[in-house]
Write a protein that binds this ligand. Structure first.
Ligand code: SAH
Length: 232
C-alpha cells in the first residue's frame, strides 16, 4: 500500500518568509520521512512584466493595490498541468474560519495548492474561477497570506500518520471530539507546594481516563461552550 503523503504547493510573493516554519520539529521530520512535500513558488516568476510586478491599481479608484489574475493563472496552470489537485486554497480573512475539522479533511488529500494574498487581496476573478476553497485563519487581518499558509500546512502535516511518534497524541489534542485538552503535568509532583492532582499519581488507568474526560468537559464548558453546542 502506498504510504499516505501529501504534497503542498504554496504560491507567494515572499517565499523566504516560509522557509523557517517548515525547517523545524514535527513538520521537518515529516518531510524528512517522506510523509509530506512542500514546494514554494515565487509568483513573480510568473509575471511577464519586466519589473516582475504582480499587482496593479484597482478599478474604481480604491486605495491600495490588487494582485492581478494573469500571473496567478499562469502559476496555477503550471502546477495543474503536471498533476491534478484536490483543492486550490486561497487564504483570505473574508472566508469561513479554518478549524480542526477542515484540517482533518485536508490531511486526507494528496495534492493541495495554497495561494497567498497580499496588498488589498486578489482580483475577484481569481476567487470566482481559479480557486476551489477559501479559508481564513481568524477574524483579524494579516499583512499577507504566508503566515496563514504556514498555519494550515503545519496543522495538516502533524495529522499525517507517522508524523507524530505517538499517533494517539494528535487525536487527543484539543478540538478533536469537540473538547479542549485536559490539563497536563510532569515532574516534580510537588513544586513549592503546588501539587499534581493525586489521581494522576495513582496508576489507576480507568480512573485517570475518567478524570481527564471530566476535566476536558469542565474546561470546554467554561472556555468554549460553543464547541459542546456544535456536537448536538
Ligand atoms: N483587503 C482584504 C485584506 C487583505 S490582507 C480584506 O479586507 O479582506 C492581505 C492578504 O493577507 C490577504 O489577501 C490574505 O491572503 C492574507 N490574510 C490576511 N488576513 C488573513 C486571515 N485572517 N486569514 C487568512 N489570510 C489572511
Amino acid at each position: 500500500m502506498k504510504r499516505p503523503s501529501v504534497r503542498i504547493d504554496i504560491i507567494t510573493v515572499l517565499p523566504e518568509l516560509l522557509n523557517g516554519p517548515f525547517s523545524h520539529s514535527i513538520v521537518k521530520r515529516a518531510i524528512d520521512k517522506g510523509l509530506a512535500e512542500i514546494y514554494l513558488h515565487n509568483l513573480r516568476d510568473f509575471s511577464t512584466d519586466k519589473h516582475r510586478s504582480v499587482d496593479d491599481y484597482p478599478y474604481g479608484g480604491e486605495p491600495g493595490m490588487v494582485m492581478g489574475i494573469e500571473p496567478i493563472e499562469r502559476a496555477i496552470q503550471s502546477l495543474t498541468s503536471e498533476r491534478s489537485y484536490d483543492e486550490i486554497i486561497f487564504t483570505t480573512p473574508d472566508a469561513p474560519t479554518y478549524n480542526q475539522k477542515t484540517a482533518n479533511r485536508l490531511s486526507t488529500l494528496e495534492n493541495i495548492i495554497i495561494l497567498c494574498g497580499h496588498y488589498k487581496g486578489v482580483d475577484q476573478r481569481v476567487r470566482d474561477h481559479l480557486v476551489t476553497m477559501e479559508l481564513s485563519i481568524g477574524d483579524y487581518v494579516l499583512s499577507g497570506g504566508e503566515i496563514a499558509a504556514a498555519v494550515i500546512t503545519d496543522s495538516i502535516i502533524r495529522l499525517l500518520p507517522g508524523a507524530i511518534s505517538d499517533t494517539v497524541s494528535a487525536l487527543s489534542d484539543s478540538y478533536q471530539d469537540n473538547l479542549l485538552s485536559p490539563p497536563v503535568y510532569t515532574r516534580p509532583a510537588n513544586f513549592k507546594g503546588w501539587k499534581v492532582p493525586e489521581i494522576l499519581l495513582s496508576g489507576h488507568a480507568a480512573k485517570i481516563d475518567e478524570w481527564k474526560h471530566r476535566k476536558a468537559l469542565e474546561k470546554t464548558k467554561k472556555l468554549r461552550p460553543d464547541l459542546l453546542e456544535d456536537e448536538k
